[in-house]
Write a protein that binds this ligand. Structure first.
Ligand code: HMG
Ligand code: MG
Length: 310
């Protein structure tokens, strides 16, 4: 098995995670979370989205969040943009990178962004042109790559078609979203092999939600196929408001523990990441979904209480 020497982790918790919280999280908490993730060494941190506040009120303060964070020059802070209106808002907020987000399922496309796949691609084409004129990098997402909450199975060819279009309009990276976490390893393998026939595997990222507990198994399957960019969410936060029952992405702590164990470099410091995980879990009044975070925080507490007793 040939594994990449280095993997880029794309932290999506402040966006994919917090968009799904029933109550909005205060702006200062979002800012502190992003600053803590920056301190942990994450190279890319999705900071929010410029979508309709009627659709996703949880992230309507993204401009304030971007204005409040301590940006590090070598860290990117992309935001989601669904259309030109979102692009104008992102431009006004001074972003250097955006992400457009389409789907491989027609029904999901309608539920999530209120248009069909081809209409969405036309919108993204305009957004990509405007981004190019303004020197803004664009990432492209495709949802429902391993299954749709409304349509069930999705053919890899449907994903490959959208990936090719996104690449053609200038997306530098294409993130494959298992939105509802129904993928299993052989399906994930077939997906990557099919999509990599149409776009270079080096530009693909794995965005696997962990609803069915398969995300790590799927990731270990796609790493030897050339996937070296993984989206993950601190503490396992998240889901999609338009995909009922979907839970968060593979937790950043779990992915990092796996990659550390495989000797794969990420530049991320587990200890500082754990502090970020504990911070957001306390703010949301819950324990982290991440098993690694729970185990490491427990042993950290035990060794601290051992120290104070001795
Ligand atoms: P629409 O209702 O068809 O939009 O929604 P519209 O163009 O007809 O405009 C209606 C109103 O919204 C107008 O305002 C517009 O100005 C306003 P009004 O005149 O009624 O006062 N509007 C906006 N306001 C602010 N920012 C904007 C914007 N656009 C229109 N950008 C729309 C279409 C795309 C806007 C809507 O469906 C939407 O915002 N959807 C976003 C849903 C979303 O954020 N979903 C979660 C992210 S995707 C995800 O989580 C999956 C992912 O993680 C990958 C995976 O896991 O698979 C990425
Ligand atoms: Mg997602």
């Amino acid at each position: 098995m040939t594994l990449p020497a280095r993997v880029k982790l794309v932290e999506v918790g402040p966006r994919d995670g917090l968009q799904n919280e029933p109550q909005s999280v205060p702006t200062h908490v979002k800012i502190e979370l992003i600053d803590r993730l920056t301190a942990a060494g994450l190279p890319v941190i999705e900071a929010g989205s410029f979508v309709s506040p009627k659709w996703v009120p949880q992230l309507q303060d993204t401009a304030e969040v971007l204005a409040g964070i301590q940006r590090r020059a070598d860290v990117r802070y992309p935001v989601l943009v669904p259309n030109m209106k979102g692009f104008e808002r992102a431009l006004a907020a001074g972003v250097e990178e955006i992400a457009v987000f389409g789907a491989a399922s027609e029904t999901f496309s309608h539920k999530n962004i209120n248009c069909n796949i081809d209409e969405s691609l036309e919108r993204f084409d305009d957004v990509c042109d405007a981004a190019r004129d303004n020197n803004i990098a664009v990432r492209g997402y495709i949802s429902c790559v391993l299954g749709c909450p409304y349509e069930g199975d999705i053919a890899p060819a449907a994903v490959a078609r959208v990936a090719e279009r996104l690449r053609g309009m200038g997306c530098y990276e294409i993130s494959l979203g298992d939105t509802i976490g129904v993928g299993t390893p052989l399906k994930a393998q077939a997906l990557i092999e099919n999509v990599a026939d149409r776009v270079p595997v080096e530009v693909l990222a794995a965005h696997f939600h962990d609803t069915y507990g398969q995300a790590l198994a799927n990731l270990i399957t796609v790493l030897p196929l050339g996937i070296a960019t993984i989206d993950c969410s601190v503490s396992g936060l998240g889901g999609c408001p338009y995909a009922n029952g979907a839970t968060g992405n593979a937790a950043t702590e779990d992915v990092l523990f796996l990659l550390n164990g495989l000797g794969i470099d990420t530049g991320v410091d587990m200890d500082v990441l754990l502090d970020a995980s504990r911070f957001i879990s306390a703010a949301l009044k819950r324990t982290p979904v991440s098993k690694v975070a729970r185990a490491l925080l427990k042993s950290r507490n035990e060794s601290r209480s051992g120290e104070s007793q001795s």
